[in-house]
Design a protein around this ligand. Structure first.
Ligand code: C2E
Ligand code: CA
Ligand code: CA
Length: 563
């Protein structure tokens, strides 16, 4: 709320003073009128009665006038009193409204950050550490930004209101509920320290309540929340008796980020190790920013083989971070961070540009597959950006394959459909990665026009031991044959698995059996040995290539610190 201008405030104060003066004057006049009425009335009324009864000549006209004036003054005083009462009531209402506005979030009606902080202070101060304690929960909506971007701010606002109502309904009576940031809520409540599980129950019901689909303007939106919890007595212990509301909020925030890292849609109590985790994560993030500038992110290549003939068909590029501080870091650690902090596009484009340069030196029949994050697919200019990279590297689009994971398809099927169409129009092929992990329906599969399906390695790597997985892989292979869709099996680690796969028909394969991912220079040296280096003009190179030995070789055996 804006503060009023000084002039307006002066004139408002002046008005109030004048009104008060008028009220005192009106009160004085009414009191004087009543005293005079008693005086004049006691003289005039008996003489009027006597005149009516025929005993006298009636009152003096001056006295009658004075009496009438008295009555008028009393009526004036009475009316002023009534006006004054309603003015006071009106002023009280306005003050209450101003206080409500100053204390609550106008969108959701929950407490705002400032008033929550004050109320929290009181709650902590009043909670006697023996019989009652205070707990704080930080609740952050997991995928709100995407929903807001895709559906618009109007629907985003309605979702926030609905979530606020669900939170208020799930917490015990008397709990404080506040929207402390865009899509971040906080709750505070007292509890019996002997029964902290009561707080677990509240947190679990919050997770459950928020995850229920929300129907807004004909859309069904699914939102989840990550919750971090902390309790005053734990921090009291950690902080030499000092309980600071801000410190509690910070620790609940740390626990909330831990819940995010653990896969979201869950709650965690704060523990000291989480703060270390956060500090480590901040170091990683800072290292990534400088690493991007210094070109520390490099492509590694994993071989892709025709299972039947044993011949090399191409490579999948896998990102590695060659960090002077952390060693060779795997993408499972840094890709999610890059996605979260908005570095993924820059990172991916840097890697793809380097990979296109590397692949230009390979035999022209060898393909290059690159992984694309769901965050990049949301960018409506994605296929244009990719085309620009292809043009500046002078790389034939037909040699490039984009791998998108099954989970992307759920996000927005219409958008993904048009993206796939536009990539295929440019001649780029599109594979569905990690198939089997994301519960896609067969209907969606045929709708999406993929060029290839990659069966997730969790199904493939133990088909020699697990009959269930063997049945799954075999039926996906048959499905591919039926739909005319080529299939790749990931994660081939043993000869037994390879032999079994050979019985399932035409497949491509990847896995440690054929070799671990290796650096650009190692890959180049290996291709050189096989006579598989060449330029785009050397159409014959690799036509009679040797079978690739099914033996693991070199690669990134070095494993980086993962946290
Ligand atoms: P993915 O696309 O499923 O890649 C295959 C992963 O499986 C790679 O892990 C690879 O090293 C590993 N792998 C290959 N063969 C075997 C095997 O026989 N056994 C086992 N146990 N593992 C095998 P990596 O390189 O750690 O990559 C992990 C994930 O990171 C990738 O999974 C991919 O989803 C993502 N990723 C990698 N590079 C990029 C990138 O440039 N951009 C994006 N957005 N994601 C990337
Ligand atoms: Ca992949
Ligand atoms: Ca995969």
């Amino acid at each position: 709320m804006k503060a009023p201008a000084p002039d307006a405030q002066n004139s408002r104060n002046g008005g109030r003073v004048r009104a008060a003066e008028r009220d005192i004057l009106a009160l004085g006049i009414a009191a004087a009128a009543i005293i005079m009425f008693v005086g004049t009335g006691s003289a005039v009324v008996p003489s009027v009665i006597r005149a009516f009864a025929g005993y006298g000549i009636g009152p003096d006209s001056a006295l009658v006038n004075a009496l009438v004036l008295n009555v008028a003054l009393i009526i004036f005083g009475w009316r002023r009193y009534n006006e004054l009462s309603s003015e006071v009531a009106e002023r009280r209402r306005a003050e209450q409204q101003a206080r409500t506005l100053a204390e609550t979030d106008p969108l959701t009606g929950t407490l705002n950050r400032r008033s929550f902080g004050l109320a929290l202070h009181d709650l902590i101060a009043n909670s006697d550490q023996g019989s009652s304690n205070a707990a704080i929960m930080m609740i952050d909506l997991d995928n709100f930004k995407q929903v807001n971007d895709r559906r618009g701010h109007g629907i985003g606002d309605l979702i926030l209101v609905e979530c606020a109502q669900r939170i208020a309904a799930a917490v015990p009576t008397g709990a404080l509920v506040s929207r402390v940031g865009g899509d971040e809520f906080a709750c505070a409540m007292s509890f019996d320290p002997a029964r902290p599980e009561a707080i677990d129950t509240v947190a679990a019901s919050l997770v459950e309540a928020i995850s229920q689909p929300i129907a807004v303007q004909g859309f069904k939106v699914e939102i989840t929340a990550s919750i971090g919890i902390t309790r005053a007595d734990v921090l009291c212990h950690a902080q030499d008796g000092q309980i600071d509301a801000q410190h509690m909020l910070d620790m609940a925030d740390v626990a909330m980020y831990h819940a995010k890292r653990q896969g979201r849609n869950s709650y965690f109590w704060f523990e000291e190790f989480m703060a270390d985790e956060l500090r480590f994560r901040e170091r990683i993030e800072a290292g990534m920013r400088s690493g991007l500038e210094k070109g520390e992110f490099v492509p590694y290549y994993e071989r892709q083989i025709d299972v039947a003939t044993g011949q090399l068909t191409g490579f999948e590029m896998l990102a590695r971070w060659d960090s002077p501080e952390f060693g060779l870091v795997l993408p499972d650690l840094f890709i999610p961070i890059a996605e979260e902090v908005g570095l993924i596009t820059e990172l991916s484009e840097q890697l793809i540009a380097a990979a296109l340069e590397d692949a230009r030196q390979w035999a022209p029949h060898l393909t290059l597959a690159v992984n694309i994050s769901p965050v990049q697919l949301r960018d409506q200019w994605f296929s244009q950006r990719l085309l620009k990279l292809l043009v500046s590297a002078n790389f034939p689009p037909g040699r490039l394959e984009i791998e998108i994971t099954e989970s992307c398809v759920h996000e927005d099927i219409v958008q993904v459909c048009s993206l796939i169409a536009s990539l295929r129009n440019q001649g780029v092929r599109v594979s569905l990665d990690d198939f089997g992990t994301g519960f896609n329906s067969l209907g969606q599969l045929s709708q999406l026009n993929f060029d290839r399906i990659k069966i997730d390695r969790s199904f493939v790597s133990d088909i020699d031991r697990s009959e269930d997985n063997a049945a799954i892989v075999e039926s996906i292979a048959m499905l591919g044959k039926g739909l005319g869709l080529p299939i790749t099996a990931e994660g081939i680690e043993s000869h037994a698995v390879l032999e079994q796969l050979r019985g399932y028909g035409e497949l491509r394969g990847q896995g440690y059996l054929y070799g671990k991912p290796s650096s650009a220079s190692d890959t180049r040296a290996w291709l050189d040995e096989l006579g598989l280096l060449g330029t785009a003009g050397d159409a014959d190179i690799g036509k009679d290539q040797p079978q690739i030995a099914d033996q693991p070789q070199g690669g990134d055996t070095q494993r980086a610190a993962q946290g």
